[in-house]
Design a protein around this ligand. Structure first.
Ligand code: ZN
Length: 220
């Protein structure tokens, strides 16, 4: 069950096209998976439309009636536009991606198998910072680290814990330099996440600290 969602301000900025493209992508992908946020977004968009119309100088009753009718239409009609599903393949496993991420399945330049039962595939979004699919096998973990910037993560499949709490499929996770965490999973099916990071990770403990000078290379 999804417990973590983008906040109202993030959804509002998304609806107004004010987010960075990486942030917009991950919010769009979450919204593909989350009925609650999809409905919230519909309401925000309706409100924005209403505000835009209120700014019109000359009232047009026919137009207002048409708009009112549109706004009263049910938010979720149950009709899904069909699209060709692309699956992400890794080590004999297949994952269905949210619609907004589908087109990136082809843009992966292969998976890197990293220590800690981790697989990572970088996605070139043509933006600052970086975007990755990361898959943790059962028993896999990322060395304890903090962030110099902000890390947004969307759980695409499976579940994991980071010593702070547990995360489930669909959860939208925001982590900043205030958080030190150690993601790991004990789920049989492992865990696939998509993340956007604006600065390199900073490892804080054990042997992984030695990675810091290389974290730009290793995790970038
Ligand atoms: Zn949501």
């Amino acid at each position: 069950m999804i417990k973590l969602h983008p906040n109202s301000q993030q959804l509002s900025e998304f609806a107004q096209g004010q987010c960075d493209s990486g942030v917009a992508l991950i919010i769009a992908a979450h919204t593909d998976m989350c009925r609650q946020c999809k409905q919230k977004l519909t309401l925000i968009e309706a409100e924005l439309a209403r505000e835009a119309m209120a700014e019109k100088s000359s009232p047009d009753p026919a137009f207002d009636t048409m708009l009112a009718n549109i706004l009263q239409m049910p938010a979720a009609s149950g009709i899904e536009v069909s699209y060709k599903q692309k699956k992400l393949e890794l080590d004999g496993k297949e994952f269905v991606l949210p619609r907004s991420l589908q087109r990136y399945a082809d843009k992966i330049n292969g998976w890197s198998h990293l220590p800690g039962k981790l697989w990572q595939a970088r996605v070139d979004l043509g933006i600052d910072g970086r975007a990755d699919f990361t898959y943790m096998e059962k028993g896999g973990s990322v060395p304890e680290h903090t962030h110099r910037g902000t890390e947004l993560t969307l759980v695409l499949d499976g579940e994991f814990s980071d010593g702070i709490r547990n995360y489930d499929t669909g959860d939208f996770i925001e982590r900043s330099c205030d958080h030190v965490h150690t993601p790991h999973t004990e789920a049989d099916e492992g865990c696939l996440v998509f993340s956007i990071l604006d600065k390199p990770l900073h490892f804080t403990s054990g042997i992984a600290r030695l990675l810091n000078p290389f974290s730009q290379l290793f995790f970038k």
